[in-house]
Design a protein around this ligand. Structure first.
Ligand code: ZN
Length: 300
């Protein structure tokens, strides 16, 4: 309880009103923080204020009422109290304040987002975040693409490095060690489906995740920004469907021939683009779906 209140002190402060709810020993109502952490278990006896006392109980006739200081710490507290007006009923209730941000002070409203930002250890921003996470994303596809960006999918090269007894060969082409780069870009099965989408925006199948990320960056903010969305969606659907196809072959024994895999990706693209609501006020011109149809028109 004490530890919890102590750590809460980093996020919560008490602004005294009438002092009737603020705990004298445990709430963060002076700049010293919770007084119990400073005075320790002997504090209540030395200041003659009970452990469960409210701040109002340290006030008599409108003035702070503490015994003469017998320690440097008690003296410090008394000095600080001279700067704090004693709580009175006319001030209304005590108010608890939450930290508003890393640089701002304490505010009345609580924000889980701000508090989470204060609690977490922030990692550096990666340059590919907007390629994986964007408004038109498909969450399950973004998740698998995110794992592939981090090279955290349990590909066979990783399983082998962990000492597992598994074959190393890629199940899609049976001609190479299954790794992230192989599965999504170097594999002939992957290259075949990427080739189906080359000709309009993509000149040739991307060779790595980094190359398609930098291409999406080029498109962002340009007149081809909508094309960037289509490419990002295509990337995550291809990565997801390749990973799914790989798993279906390993765990279910079923497979989709390379020649038919384009249809799997195309169906997923159409489903997603059809599901997007077009703004009635400012519809994109052309719509993402129309853009996609133009994208694939040489092949469909
Ligand atoms: Zn392969």
């Amino acid at each position: 309880m004490l530890q919890l209140r102590d750590s809460l002190g980093n996020f919560m402060r008490c602004s005294l009103g009438d002092g009737s709810t603020a705990y004298f020993w445990f709430d963060y109502w002076t700049e010293l923080g919770p007084l119990y952490t400073m005075f320790g278990p002997s504090g209540p006896r030395s200041l003659r204020i009970s452990l469960d006392a409210t701040v109002a109980e340290a006030v008599v006739d409108g003035s702070w009422h503490l015994p003469p200081a017998r320690s440097e710490l008690a003296e410090t507290l008394q000095i600080i109290l001279t700067t704090i007006p004693p709580p009175v009923q006319a001030n209304g209730h005590d108010v608890y304040l939450w930290r508003g941000g890393r640089t701002s002070g304490f505010i009345k409203s609580f924000s889980s987002r701000v508090t989470w930002d204060l609690l977490r250890v922030a990692s550096p921003v990666v340059d590919w975040h907007s390629t994986v996470w964007f408004k038109e994303q498909i969450p399950r596809c973004s998740f698998i693409t995110w794992l592939s960006m981090l090279a955290r999918l349990p590909t066979r090269d990783r399983l082998l490095s962990w000492g597992l007894n598994v074959p190393s060969a890629c199940v899609l082409c049976d001609n190479g060690v299954e790794s992230h780069s192989h599965l999504f870009f170097e594999c002939s099965y992957a290259t075949a489906v990427w080739s189906c989408f080359c000709g309009r925006f993509l000149d040739s199948p991307p060779v790595a995740l980094s190359s398609i990320v930098s291409y999406c960056h080029q498109l962002q903010g340009s007149h081809s920004a909508s094309a960037g969305i289509v490419i990002k969606l295509l990337l995550q659907i291809i990565v997801y469907q390749l990973w799914r196809e790989r798993n279906m072959r390993i765990f279910r024994g079923s497979s989709v021939p390379a020649a038919s895999f384009f249809r799997v990706v195309d169906r997923a693209m159409r489903d997603r683009l059809l599901s997007l609501r077009v703004s009635a006020i400012a519809p994109p011109s052309p719509s993402l779906l129309e853009l996609y149809f133009w994208f694939i028109s040489p092949f469909s």
